[in-house]
Design a protein around this ligand. Structure first.
Ligand SMILES: NC(=O)C1=CN([C@@H]2O[C@H](COP(=O)(O)OP(=O)(O)OC[C@H]3O[C@@H](n4cnc5c(N)ncnc54)[C@H](O)[C@@H]3O)[C@@H](O)[C@H]2O)C=CC1
Ligand SMILES: O=C([O-])CC(=O)C(=O)O
Length: 270
């Protein structure tokens, strides 16, 4: 048990598929961390969602959240990323990011965090293999490719209409390009591409394919990389979250695992 002075207060921005898992795990207890506040679009609804929590976090609007906790976990729609990230970083606080795609156009905030002594964490989220990728990056990467394959129901209604995905009878490649272009085209589907690119070869050089596949029930991510010290292939087949099928159910748990490391004595994995 940490001394009171060493404990970190935590706020969760967004109580959807990802944020609710993070808030629930904090409420159950993560060593050294205290859930003090949550925020969602509909404050009344958020109050109901948090009513079973034993820690009784304050339920706030998004703009009230910065400053209420030392660590803010962003679990919002990507278009709201800056609204929470900017004030958090401006205070020199710790930001943990789910909408990692939005980080690709927010390098100014990372620079500011560095200047003010803050920190920004981008957990692995729905993808795996970033430990090996980070090691390979140290050794010298030669090629990184991420192939994301999702069922039609995992795309936003707008993209489903654009691509006519509901009428697909066979797998179709709906995107090929680099991570920057992938995030622009699919802001709610390929945060993983942003995370992989930041962990390894950079957003411009990381190659990404997105497939809409009526034959797969799960969200699949296949990461391949080659470096001076060998080749790695990692395949993930994630169950879609029952609350939001666009997000893999594993995402929230990856953020929880990252939060545990904030104050853990024994840290496993790079
Ligand atoms: N890093 C990764 O590997 C992954 C990242 N994601 C991303 O994580 C983020 C969260 O995903 P989900 O939880 O599935 O989304 P969701 O749609 O289930 O939840 C979003 C939450 O934001 C809240 N919200 C909306 N407007 C708000 C406002 N003005 N103030 C406060 N809260 C507001 C909503 O009430 C909702 O609780 C998304 O950007 C998603 O693309 C999703 C899957 C994987
Ligand atoms: O949850 C997933 O499988 C991936 C995802 O939506 C994202 O990276 O934005």
């Amino acid at each position: 048990m940490k001394d009171q002075a060493d404990r970190l207060s935590v706020g969760v921005a967004g109580l959807g598929a990802v944020g609710m898992k993070v808030a629930a795990a904090l409420d159950e207890g993560i060593d050294g961390l205290d859930l003090v506040a949550v925020s969602a679009r509909d404050v009344e609804r958020a109050r109901k969602r948090a009513s079973g929590f034993s820690t009784s976090p304050a339920v706030l609007t998004l703009d009230e959240l910065p400053g209420r906790a030392k660590v803010i976990v962003e679990c919002l729609p990507p278009e709201l990323f800056r609204r929470i990230a900017e004030p958090v970083v401006n205070r020199g606080d710790v930001l943990v990011v789910a909408s990692v795609g939005a980080l690709l156009s927010a390098n100014d905030l990372v620079v500011l965090a560095h200047r003010l002594g803050g920190r920004v964490f981008a957990p692995s989220g729905a993808v795996a293999g970033l430990d090996g990728l980070a090691a390979a990056a140290e050794a010298g990467l030669e090629d990184v490719t991420l192939v994301t394959r999702k069922p039609p129901s995992a795309f936003t209604p707008e993209i489903m209409r654009q691509l006519d995905t509901m009428n697909l009878t066979a797998p179709r490649r709906v995107f090929a390009g680099n991570a920057v272009e992938a995030v622009k085209a699919f802001p709610q589907n390929v945060n993983v591409a942003a995370t992989v690119s930041l962990a390894g070869f950079g957003p411009e050089r990381t190659r990404v394919e997105v497939w809409c596949d009526p034959d797969v029930p799960n969200n699949r991510h296949e990461l391949n990389f080659r470096s001076a010290v060998g080749e790695v292939r990692v395949e993930v087949s994630n169950l879609p979250d029952p609350e939001n099928p666009r997000s893999s159910a594993a995402t929230g748990y990856s953020i929880v695992a990252c939060l545990r490391k904030l104050s853990a004595t024994l840290c496993i994995g790079s």
